[in-house]
Design a binder for this molecule. Structure first.
Ligand code: SF4
Length: 98
């Protein structure tokens, strides 16, 4: 339950979605990177984070909606909260002392 409590905090931020695929749960940040230059180049290319270095262009979300490949997809706090309540019977009692 603790992990989902954290996911709820993450999805409380603007332009953030949560999804699950065959590799696990992930955060989807729907905004442009602050280092993206007007021409499409990376402004910090030489020291770009590892996740950027590992990113493959084999599949692009513009080719098909990414949601189609997700096992689960949440685009709001409310939809994720509903999932948590359904998955964990004691969800609404998690902060109450026994
Ligand atoms: S390569 Fe990474 S750091 Fe550079 S613009 Fe793209 S997302 Fe941003």
């Amino acid at each position: 339950m603790h992990d989902f409590d954290h996911l709820l905090w993450q999805i409380s931020h603007h332009n953030v979605c949560i999804y699950k695929d065959e590799d696990g749960w992930y955060l989807l940040v729907n905004t442009t990177c602050r280092h993206l230059l007007p021409g499409g180049a990376c402004g910090i290319y030489e020291e770009r984070p590892n996740i950027c270095r590992q990113h493959s262009n084999d599949y692009c979300e513009y080719d098909a909606p990414a949601e189609e490949g997700f096992k689960k997809f949440f685009d709001s706090y409310e939809t994720l909260l509903a999932y948590c309540r359904k998955r964990f019977k004691k969800w609404d009692k998690r902060f109450k002392k026994a």
